[in-house]
Unconditional design. Structure first.
Lengths: 147, 147
DNA sequence: ATGCCTGCAAAAGATTTGCACGTCG
DNA sequence: CGACGTGCAAATCTTTTGCAGGCAT
């Protein structure tokens, strides 16, 4: 999805929730569309501050949460490490492989896995909303069988 | 695996790492074998303190990390929420479905998914060490399509 | 002996919250 | 206007760490 489309959709999303369209919220949305990398809340704060000295950390967190709720961003939780965000609408869904050595993130898609997940959920009358799958190991660069 | 077997294996594990077999470490191991539920570090601390007033939080965390490293426990990371542990050796590997409403955790196994993960990893020359798959949604009790 | 462990308390790090003020609708 | 959003700083919460003394080997 293009940035402008995302923006229009975000405005609609906010209105539907009776929330206000503010400069800060739009800014976070726009910035998240400007990279194709994963980013942290702190990273977003740094970018936002380049445009507007006064944006606060709290607002960045609050906006990111809103964007996730609306499905504009998806989150990759990393235990105690800070979460990584990426814009998601219009991106095909994918999962991640994370290198335990160099931290590189490889994205992959596998429809067969998704299908099996839906099947397992259905078996248990579980109303599947979302899922997160992360494979941990060593990328081809690091191939480090030690641990 | 029985508790005694786990204990023997843990002692061997510690010795192999030239680490000491201490009362606190054994206690954490034993307690983790006494429940078949998932537990938090804080929960473990509470249990341990019933037996020994002086066990410290730091030691519980350090022991849990050791047990995870040795493969005695597995962890379910929950974003900002505290991690959940469960004894794993001798338990077949499984993944989790977490109810967004009542927090119930349903365990499931699917060898076909595991196989596909190995396949995807191999495709990318990724040396797979571990993985975590969590399905989020609503359990049959809560079936709450809203969100 | 002696070096790994432990308890304690303080530190860390990410994220959240309370509050007074600003601003969108 | 009036409610909702924002910035700021302080608070939270989980987990980690530094250090002095204790205990396993």
């Amino acid at each position: 999805m293009k940035a402008e489309a995302a923006e229009r959709r975000f405005v609609r999303f906010l209105k539907s929730k009776k929330q206000r369209v503010t400069r800060q919220r739009l800014e976070v949305l726009r910035l998240s569309w400007e990279t194709h990398e994963h980013f942290t809340a702190e990273g977003m704060l740094t970018w936002a501050r380049k445009l507007d000295q006064t944006v606060s950390r709290a607002t960045v967190y609050r906006s990111l949460a809103l964007l996730v709720e609306g499905g504009f961003l998806s989150v990759l939780e990393r235990g105690k490490e800070s979460s990584l965000y990426e814009h998601s609408l219009g991106h095909a869904h994918h999962d991640h492989m994370v290198c335990l050595s160099c931290e590189t993130i490889i994205e992959f898609q596998c429809e067969a896995i998704e299908e099996l997940q839906r099947l397992e959920a259905k078996k248990r009358s579980f109303n599947l909303v979302d899922h997160s799958l992360t494979l941990e190991g060593y990328c081809s660069q690091c191939k480090n069988p030690a641990r």
